[in-house]
Ligand binder design. Sequence first.
Ligand code: SF4
Length: 390
Amino acid sequence: MSKPRPKKLPGIYIHIPFCKQACSYCDFYFKTRQQLLQPFTDALENEILSYQNSPFSRLPVQTIYIGGGTPSLLNESQLEQIFSAMQNVFRLEPLEVTMELNPDDVTSSYLKMIRSFGVDRASMGVQTFQSEILEFMHRAHNRNEALHALEALRTTGFPSFTADLIYGNPNQPLSMLEEDIRQLLEFNPPHISAYSLTIEPKTRLGKQVELGRIEPPDDEIVSEHSDLLYNLLGDAGIHQYEVSNYAKPGKEAIHNSSYWSHQNYLGFGPSAHSFWWDDDNSRTAMRWQNRADLKFYLKNKSGDIQTDQEELDLHTLAEERLMMALRTTEGISMKELEKTYAYQFSEKQIEFISGQIQQNTITKSEDWLRLTREGLKISDLLLVDLLSRG
Ligand code: SF4
């Protein structure tokens, strides 16, 4: 595949497609056959090295994100292989190097080891401290492991971290969520990602819901959970800056935020996406994906693992930017939409926005449009409505 000519390369994403077991709600791409972890690391090294002497390799990289799957299944020599390959190929000048960790893999020595490779932000998959909900989620870790992992972050003085929480679980009373939040706050987290449980059709949970064995919680309860998070985290100085993300001022995620503003990134590993927008005057951008197929990835010697290359025109990019920006508390500047994306709202959209301003789900201040707190809670519905009028 011919790669577009790059201008800047802010981000690298690496997908580690292995987990100990399948969580009941998860539809990410991963395998549980961990004996393939070393052959996978070799293939990943090859994929990264295939960018040597490409125009991409001369550009400064500002963020690295190692996600999955479960990156904390990687041992020291595998991480050494991956970081050395990146160092050989790219100009690494990172402001943020994040690695996702599962609590059952985390010890102080593991944290010190990943720190030695430059990882300065741990993303801890806590989800909840409640044993019965962890079991319901079919997580590999238990409550004590979550507590020990967070304690290890504190005792090793890890520079920064974020913790994931999942709320809106069936039969999860508000008091349980409150316990989770208060427990997490004891570790003084700079950043929290809190997701409302989503029922994906091909997951174990999706099947149970389909069979009528589990009843998803109703919207009102989910909304109460969301309010509780917003209020308790806000009281602790951890503010919502995106539908699912909360941070202390200045601790917002740099890598993930760059996705929302169409910054370029390269993704490595099976199922990883890359995005490229050549320069501000270009009227198209490219997005491509590696096949979500570990077998193919392991066999591949030629670098031909990319598929689904998609050319995105300005209108598509504008709609994407609108969707992503309106999920943030910063919102979107209409001047930016016009200047960068040549996008203007249609009359029907203007009418819709005015109606929503009356209903207090959208605010307009000078050139900026933002969803209100109530609007953020129903952002998916609002955004579909807004775009369908374009
Ligand atoms: S550990 Fe993460 S990626 Fe793996 S199955 Fe669970 S939620 Fe999915």
